[in-house]
Design a protein around this ligand. Structure first.
Ligand SMILES: [Zn+2]
Length: 389
């Protein structure tokens, strides 16, 4: 196994011409990367920080959830031809979002963000909100500035590549970037949770085909995370302090039929009650609250196992799998939740057969009741069989 310690990533930071931050993560010393100027002369990016008609958080009192209104994003770039990809490095006569002429991994603030207005020194209005960022119980309607931050992560400068084609060394660099952004965005005022994710495939609405992911810094704890925390609290008090995340992993190990792959540090399995046709959760065997808490051994082992799982997904059908990869991380400030939370990666494909996608229809979209056409144990068997010959 290739061991690359965290000191072998070189980080440098710059500003784009409209004021947005860009951060390079390089695998070797990269003199001058951040010095490349953004020659586009873009008008200053709006600061955000105030609720407007087309950009705000609105409270849904029936669901008890925030909804992000982000109408201004309608104008964003949609599937440009490959020679106009904004995520490629800049070259002669061609200026992109990345001023440098090459890069390994780069992160920058999204030009068309759903959430914005969080930066050091700007303290968003948290008046009357709970520590999790929700309005007081009994609140009927509410609107607040859609503060937060949205960043783009380019995994490689190679436009035609994919995450599954990265080297383990590159995955380590991406993890370094995820950890760095989770720690740095989590330290900004008003941020409650940092979410790293990747949407892959036009089938699920990806607007740029260049291999990239996104990072959202939310000003509230997301509904899924809040629910997991609630469940783990209840489980713990009903089971003499036992940990829900630990026990779920232990159960998968002892049952065994849903394990897809594993190594010394991680296990990948199809959840017992999988919602998606092909859904895999990757848990570290030593529980941590978030990506920054993963040590070198865990990061190395993850990079190998995750590539293995993604390649299995791609081998299921004749074409690459459209998928969503979602990092579940503990909220930034809730100490009790952090002590109990088990960070993990959930990756699921929407393809259920050669030419069929799983759509969220009446039961799922209307009632939140999932119907899965594939028995999870059968999905796990197919994924085991899809291993490298
Ligand atoms: Zn590209």
């Amino acid at each position: 196994m290739c061991v690359l310690n965290t000191e072998s990533v070189w980080k440098s930071t710059a500003r784009l011409s409209d004021g947005r931050e860009i951060v390079y993560f390089d695998e070797r010393p990269s003199a001058g990367r951040a010095e490349a100027p953004d020659l586009r002369g873009l008008p200053p990016a709006p600061n955000g920080g105030v609720a407007t008609e087309d950009s705000a958080l609105r409270w849904d009192p029936l669901a008890g959830e925030w909804v992000v209104i982000a109408a201004a994003r309608q104008d964003r770039t949609f599937l440009p031809p490959p020679d106009q990809c904004p995520l490629d490095p800049s070259g002669p006569g061609r200026l992109t979002e990345i001023p440098a002429s090459s890069y390994d991994v780069v992160v920058f603030e999204n030009r068309f963000p759903s959430l914005r207005g969080i930066w050091p020194g700007n303290v968003p209005d948290m008046l009357g909100l709970s520590p999790h960022g929700a309005p007081p119980a009994g609140t009927l309607a509410g609107s607040r500035a859609s503060v937060g931050r949205c960043e783009v992560v380019c995994f490689t400068s190679d436009h035609d590549s994919a995450f599954a084609s990265l080297t383990p060394e590159r995955v380590r660099t991406v993890m370094h970037a995820w950890a760095d952004r989770t720690a740095n965005l989590g330290a900004l005022p008003g941020v409650e949770q940092v979410y790293c994710f990747e949407n892959r495939g036009e089938e699920i609405g990806v607007t740029l085909s260049h291999p990239h992911g996104q990072i959202y810094a939310f000003p509230f704890v997301t509904p899924k995370t809040a629910r997991m925390i609630e469940q783990s609290e209840t489980y713990s008090s009903n089971n003499s302090g036992a940990n829900l995340f630990d026990d779920v992993v232990q159960r998968e190990i002892s049952v065994g039929t849903r394990i897809v792959a594993s190594n010394d540090e991680w296990i990948a399995f199809v959840p017992e009650a999988a919602r998606w046709p092909y859904e895999v959760r990757l848990f570290p065997l030593r529980r941590v609250p978030d990506i920054p808490a993963l040590d070198d051994r865990q990061r190395d082992a993850f990079s190998h196992l995750y590539l293995d799982v993604l390649r299995r997904l791609d081998r299921l059908f004749d074409k690459p799998a459209p998928y969503i990869a979602a990092w579940h991380q503990a909220p930034v400030h809730d100490g009790a939740a952090r002590a109990r939370f088990g960070a993990h990666l959930q990756v699921f494909s929407l393809r259920r057969a050669e030419n069929k996608l799983k759509y969220l229809a009446g039961t799922e979209s209307g009632m939140g009741v999932w119907i899965n056409d594939i028995v999870p144990e059968a999905a796990a068997q197919r994924l085991r069989d899809a291993g490298e010959a």
